[in-house]
Design a protein around this ligand. Structure first.
Ligand SMILES: Cc1cc2nc3c(=O)[nH]c(=O)nc-3n(C[C@H](O)[C@H](O)[C@H](O)COP(=O)(O)O)c2cc1C
Length: 315
């Protein structure tokens, strides 16, 4: 897969997910695959102001590369300024969020709201490009209210985006309806720059189907990587070798415990464990391990987490 100056063997990409794909998650993901990673969306404004919490999101250990930062904002100048900082930090490319449907993002005109003003989005791309030397990409949905993905993506190509990611829903659809893989295919067929296809991959087979059905350069996987940080790696094994192995239960248990310790390192003893509870739920669900939600959501310490994890996985 070639994306600008990035050359990767694995076409399966970890999606940016706010509150999920933090530095701890990415460190865990890196144990299982060497595919492309994204930060969570990072506010360009907060990055420019040196906000403590935001800087935590962009902590980039060397082994996380290749990795892109996803910037969210509406002011072309501020986004360009944030991109300059990100290039200095050592990110491999800058992605611009033009798909987030959350009210607090869309309200001020950022995220998905930029799809209502594709000229402004193109201006952002041009301004960012002229400020940095690493590639610039944009993650879009099909449109705000209706599918305008072809016109929008052509504008982004003309503005100089090195690649784009298309999530096959409109902003108004949020997560309702199915991701429209045909619409993604139409964009792939009409663009000269590479496209990553995104939406509704639930497992390894879906990932390959989306890649092959759309002819996209790569496939971005979001929700299905929750509790399955290895999925971009296992999907690639299936594509390459026709088979894949899920991680053994001992590895699953130690992965969850390590993930929790990393969250604590990053966010502190208590907040780290609180952030980890949802991950425990996702890891168990993905592995088909039954556990009462109340048991997970009452975990307060790493010792309690270890006892629950070992008790349920290694019995
Ligand atoms: C909890 C959560 C957080 C997300 N955060 C972001 C984000 O920060 N930036 C972004 O572009 N998309 C974000 N997304 C959207 C995903 O990257 C992806 O486009 C979407 O979930 C569809 O892909 P999927 O069906 O593989 O999950 C988020 C999705 C979820 C569920």
């Amino acid at each position: 897969m070639k994306l600008g100056n990035l050359d990767l063997k694995n076409p399966f990409v970890q999606a940016p997910m706010a509150g999920v794909t933090d530095t701890a998650f990415r460190t865990i993901a890196r144990r299982f695959h060497d595919g492309l990673l994204f930060t969570e969306m990072v506010s360009a404004e907060a990055l420019c102001r040196g906000n403590w919490r935001t800087l935590k999101y962009v902590e980039i250990p060397k082994e996380h590369r290749p990795i892109g930062i996803q910037l969210v904002g509406h002011d072309p100048g501020r986004i360009a300024q944030a991109a300059v900082l990100a290039e200095k930090i050592g990110l491999d490319f800058i992605d611009i969020n033009a798909g987030c449907p959350q009210l607090k993002v869309v309200g001020p005109g950022a995220g998905g709201a930029l799809l209502k003003k594709p000229e402004k989005l193109a201006t952002i791309v041009k301004q960012v490009k002229s400020s940095i030397s690493i590639p610039v990409s944009v993650k879009i949905r099909l449109g705000y209210k209706k599918d305008e993905s072809l016109a929008i993506s052509q504008m982004l190509q003309d503005a100089g985006a090195e690649f784009i990611t298309v999530h096959g829903r409109t902003v108004e659809q949020k997560y309702f309806e199915k991701s429209d893989w045909h619409a993604i295919k139409r964009v792939v067929e009409n663009l000269d720059i590479p496209v990553l296809a995104n939406g509704d991959v639930k497992n390894e087979n879906d990932a390959i189907e989306l890649l092959e059905n759309t002819g996209a350069e790569g496939v971005m996987i979001g929700r299905a990587t929750r509790g399955r940080p290895d999925l971009p790696g296992t999907a690639y094994s299936l594509l390459k070798d026709g088979e894949y192995q899920r991680m053994p239960l001992e590895t699953l248990a130690s992965t969850i415990i390590d993930h929790a310790a990393l969250e604590q390192e990053l966010f502190g003893i208590q907040a780290g464990i609180r952030r980890m509870r949802k991950h425990v739920h996702w890891y168990f669900r993905a592995a088909g391990i039954k556990c009462l939600a109340k048991d997970i959501y009452h975990i307060k310490t790493l010792e309690e987490l270890t006892a629950i994890v070992e008790g349920h996985i290694l019995r």
